[in-house]
Design a protein around this ligand. Structure first.
Ligand code: SF4
Length: 230
């Protein structure tokens, strides 16, 4: 059985049923979903996931080939000249911070893990530049380890739907773990993220065209959809 929510309560059968209905509808919308980032190794996925913050996967895919051609292995990037890296990843935005993150992360992999990406959450989040969200993406994508990555889209969509009332990403992750069986964890985040981009946008959610409308608890959904509450 899944554990309790972050506040210590246990979801009711009807709350679990609603959560299942949400996932079923998202499965219909996105039958096959995985990361749109191109990568060929766990380390490359870590790098491109860090680079994908605040930009599109498409933008990252444009710079990744040049980056990995110049620095094929973690050891190469660990010793890279930062300014040179900045020049390659410039177009992804926040290029100084991102360059520093991917270099330091690579240094940690070389210095503490023999050049191999660790396969568990505890060690992954010890890598500089790697938070729980990035670690969850890698665990789920590469090793199919059940993990739920909570980013800004997952947070917004799950709160609007009423699946959680928490603000903190770790607490939201705990709430989602309590609502869904372990086997569903890995596929959740990608679908919520894509749905948050396509329909449940931050500023202009398309509530009138939303298949989750009847399951949603966001008070402003009627106004957005041009409907009146029953
Ligand atoms: S009804 Fe609106 S707020 Fe609710 S999930 Fe759909 S798009 Fe988001």
């Amino acid at each position: 059985m899944p554990g309790p929510r972050a506040d210590g309560t246990t979801p009711t059968a009807s709350e679990r049923g609603k959560a299942r209905a949400v996932l079923n509808r998202l499965r219909q919308r996105y039958p096959d979903i995985g990361t749109a980032l191109d990568y060929e190794s766990p380390w490359q996925l870590l790098v491109v996931t860090i680079l994908s913050a605040q930009t599109t996967d498409e933008n990252v895919n444009k710079v990744a080939p040049a980056l990995f051609e110049r620095y094929p292995e973690p050891a190469d990037l660990a010793e890279a000249d930062r300014e040179e890296v900045e020049g390659i990843v410039y177009s992804t935005g926040f290029y100084r911070q991102k360059s520093e993150s991917i270099i330091r992360m690579s240094q940690d992999i070389v210095d503490h893990h023999g050049g191999e990406v660790p396969k568990d959450m505890d060690h992954l989040v010890e890598l500089r530049g790697v938070g729980r969200k990035t670690a969850s993406v890698v665990l789920a994508e590469v090793w199919d380890v059940p993990a739920i990555a909570v980013d800004t889209h997952v947070k917004r969509v799950t709160r609007r739907l009423g699946l959680t009332e928490e603000e903190d990403p770790v607490a939201i992750e705990t709430d989602l773990r309590s609502l869904y069986p372990r086997k569903d964890w890995s596929e959740l985040s990608m679908r919520f993220i894509q749905f948050g981009r396509d329909i449940c946008e931050a500023r202009k959610p398309l509530c009138g065209a939303c298949e989750l409308f009847s399951l949603c608890e966001w008070p402003n959904r009627f106004e957005r959809a041009g409907k009146t509450p029953d």
